[in-house]
Design a protein around this ligand. Structure first.
Ligand SMILES: [Zn+2]
Length: 120
C-alpha cells in the first residue's frame, strides 16, 4: 500500500520544512497537496494513513486539502501540448510525432497553514 509511504513522506517533508525555518510552538492546521490525475493515489487510504503517521507530532489532527493537476502530454517534435487521453497519448494530433507526459504524476506539498500554540 503505497499511500502509507506517501503519508510518511508528507509528514517528513512538512516537519523538515518547519525545522529548516526554525518554526516552533506552532501547530499545523492544514496541508495542501497537489496530486496529478495519473498519480494513482487513493485519497481515502492516504487520509487514513496520514492520521496514523501524524500521531504525537506537530501535525496531529491537521487537515489534508487536495488539489488536482490535469495530465498533459507534449509532442517531442512540434512541442504542441494537449490534455492527456488514452487515444492521443502516443501520437501528436497535429503532426503525428511522439508525445511524452509533461504533467499528471505530481505529488507535492503546496502549502502549509500554521496556528500558534505558544505560551499566553
Ligand atoms: Zn506534434
Amino acid at each position: 500500500m503505497h499511500e502509507v509511504s506517501l503519508a510518511r513522506a508528507v509528514v517528513n517533508t512538512v516537519l523538515d520544512a518547519l525545522k529548516d525555518r526554525g518554526i516552533k510552538e506552532q501547530r499545523v492546521t492544514s496541508i495542501t497537496l497537489r496530486i496529478g490525475d495519473l498519480a494513482q493515489v487513493d485519497l481515502e487510504s492516504l487520509e487514513f494513513a496520514f492520521s496514523f503517521a501524524t500521531l504525537e507530532t506537530e501535525l496531529e489532527s491537521c487537515m489534508l486539502i487536495f488539489t488536482t493537476k490535469d495530465a498533459v502530454v507534449m509532442c517531442t517534435t512540434c512541442k504542441q501540448q494537449s490534455p492527456y487521453s488514452m487515444e492521443h497519448f502516443y501520437r501528436c494530433e497535429l503532426c503525428g510525432g511522439a508525445c511524452e507526459l509533461v504533467s499528471g504524476k505530481e505529488f507535492d506539498v503546496v502549502s502549509i497553514e500554521l496556528e500558534s500554540v505558544g505560551v499566553h
